[in-house]
Structures are given as structure tokens and as C-alpha cells.
Write a protein that binds this ligand. Structure first.
Ligand SMILES: [Zn+2]
Length: 335
């Protein structure tokens, strides 16, 4: 009935991507031990969670409350934001970001004449993440069989930390590239659209392991907002199948190659991820984009408390943005 309030001293956030529940919150319980509670987070609020977990946002007061047999944790958080330069959205240069398997991210934009600039393709990082994940599953399995649970856990944690560092480095570099462009807008695929309109699981399985995709997406978003670079999202349908020059649906003879089947079009074969990044950038101009801001998601779903749809964030105010992150909790375990 009455929410339990915690000050910022007690509650902690932990990320365990290898588990069914990715996020855990530590609830202070007793002098000697605490409750670590697995939680389901609202995917719209992932940028806030990533910022909190990375220490780029500060946790304020938290409230734990029960409603209809479900427990919710409301977290207040604060972070610094650059003021966005005022300019007409149509004057902005869209920088397209494709998040994928072969490359963790592929970033490309067109210059003022419409010519694609040299892309940034993070394919080494994708191999590193794949290697670390594989090592995690084989090594921890082996260690657990030898009953070295503690060593397995510590080794596992260090591997996930390295993956975390790679994703943070890539998201930072993506934002830095956008900062070098005049009046940039970073354009990503809209995850909400994917959840509502496509087979989300199939989409995620097609990509790099789902959480890494969501993590990179969220980190790019919050780091861009930190430095005043706006972020927009576009409909992801067929971004990897359409030709960025003529718009026709082509084929993918190999994972890395897009082939345009339009005889009138000069594009024969093109690097598939760069083609996708350009399509994503171009959809910003064709008016298919939605601004991706906290204000936007907050207004659309305010008052809805469900774990998947609820959002009660307030928009950026002056140089600070304050948000409330809601986590639905489920089950408990102690440590
Ligand atoms: Zn074409």
C-alpha cells in the first residue's frame, strides 16, 4: 500500500546479461546482507539504465511499491545534458547507424552533395564480442564442472566487463563521429516499431545477441543526448534489403553483400551494412523518423505502469534531465 522509500545510499544496480533477467537491484535489507532482486526493465528506458550502470547518471531516491500483486521500483536519476543547438530539423545531416552481426555498428552519412562519406565499420569489435561470449560459455561450463563456482563467476564477470567496455567504446566513437558533422542527427532503427510490428525475437536472433544490440542502441542514445546531438529513429523494415540509390528491393548473395537487381541502377554490388546505414540515414529525410527523446516516450505512455510500456520520464530541463525509471521486480535472491 505505502511505498517503501530508499535514499540513494542503499539501492544499487547490476547487469548480468548471461542470466534470464538482465538487471538486478540491490535492496538494503539488513546490516549484514542485502537482497538482490532480478528485475524486468522497460525497454524504452534502457538509455537511463545504461547511463546509471556506467556511472554517467546519478541515482536519487527510489520507491518500492506493490500494485495488484506486482512490485515496482521507481528510481529517480539525474544526468548532465548539453543544450541542443536550435536549428530546423530539415537542415540537419542524418548520420545513419546500422547495428548488426558482421559489424557491431556501421556508420555512414552523405556529404552536402549527397555522396556517401567513408563509413566506419566496427567489424573487429563484433568478432571480439563473439569470441568473448563463446569463451564465457565454454570456460565457465568447464570451471563449474570442476566445482570452482567462485572462480567461474569471477572469470565470467571479467569477460562480460570486457564486452561492456567494447560496447561503450563503440557507442562513444559513433557519437564522436556525429559530432564532427555540421548539425548532425544520429539515426537509428526504431526498436519500439520492431517490438510492435515485427517478430521481435526473430529480429533479435538475426542480429548480434539481442542484449548487445539493445545495449549499443541505448548507449548511443544517452551519450548523444549528453553532448547535445539529437537522435531520431526510423522504421527498420527492409533497411538491409533496399537499394540506397534506386530504392528497389535487391538480394543478399552473401551476408556482407547487397546486390541491386534493377538494370537501370548503377549499383551492382555494395557493402551490405553500409547500404543499410545509408537507407537508415535517408529515411530521416523522407519524413519517416520520430524524434527519440525521453519527453516523447514519457508523454506517450505516462500513467501506464506496466513493466513493458510504462514510462514516466520527464524531458530535459536546462542542463539537467531527471527521470524516473520503473523496474518491475520478480522473485528474490539474497547475497
Ligand atoms: Zn539500385
Amino acid at each position: 500500500d505505502h511505498p517503501v522509500k530508499f535514499t540513494n545510499e542503499g539501492v544499487q544496480l547490476d547487469h548480468q546479461p548471461q542470466n534470464n533477467y538482465e538487471w538486478y537491484v540491490k535492496i538494503p535489507h539488513h546490516d549484514d546482507y542485502h537482497l538482490w532482486i532480478p528485475t524486468a526493465a522497460n525497454p524504452e528506458q534502457r538509455p537511463w539504465l545504461e547511463a546509471l550502470h556506467a556511472g554517467d547518471a546519478e541515482m536519487g531516491e527510489c520507491r518500492l511499491l506493490e500494485r495488484d500483486g506486482k512490485w515496482y521500483l521507481h528510481v529517480t536519476a539525474t544526468r548532465d545534458l548539453e543544450k541542443r543547438s536550435a536549428s530546423d530539423p530539415t537542415d540537419r545531416t542524418p548520420v545513419g547507424v546500422d547495428i548488426g552481426d558482421a559489424a557491431l555498428a556501421t556508420v555512414c552519412h552523405r556529404d552536402e552533395r549527397g555522396t556517401p562519406t567513408a563509413p566506419d565499420i566496427y567489424s573487429d569489435e563484433a568478432s571480439q564480442v563473439r569470441y568473448l561470449r563463446k569463451t564465457y560459455f565454454s570456460a565457465t561450463h568447464r570451471l563449474q564442472r570442476r566445482e570452482s563456482e567462485r572462480i567461474a563467476e569471477e572469470y565470467g564477470d571479467s569477460l562480460w566487463e570486457r564486452i561492456d567496455h567494447i560496447i561503450h567504446r563503440v557507442s562513444r566513437q559513433v557519437v564522436e563521429r556525429a559530432q564532427q558533422v555540421d548539425y548532425p542527427v544520429l539515426v537509428l532503427e526504431n526498436l519500439r516499431y520492431i517490438r510492435e510490428n515485427l517478430d521481435y525475437d526473430a529480429f533479435m536472433n538475426r542480429r548480434l545477441h539481442g542484449w548487445a544490440f539493445a545495449k549499443l542502441h541505448a548507449q548511443i542514445q544517452y551519450k548523444a543526448e549528453e553532448v547535445g546531438v539529437p537522435v531520431a529513429t526510423v522504421n527498420p523494415r527492409n533497411t538491409s534489403r533496399e537499394c540506397h540509390v534506386c530504392g528497389e528491393t535487391g538480394t543478399r548473395p552473401q551476408q556482407a553483400t547487397f546486390r541491386c537487381t534493377n538494370d537501370e541502377c548503377w549499383v551492382g554490388e555494395y557493402q551490405a551494412d553500409v547500404n543499410a546505414a545509408l537507407n537508415i540515414a535517408d529515411r530521416y529525410r523522407s519524413g519517416e523518423s520520430q524524434p527519440q527523446t525521453d519527453q516523447d516516450s514519457g508523454q506517450k505512455t505516462a500513467g501506464d505502469d506496466s513493466a513493458t510500456d510504462g514510462a514516466s520520464l520527464t524531458g530535459p530541463q536546462d542542463s539537467h534531465s531527471e527521470g524516473e525509471t520503473r523496474l518491475a521486480t520478480s522473485g528474490t535472491h539474497t547475497s
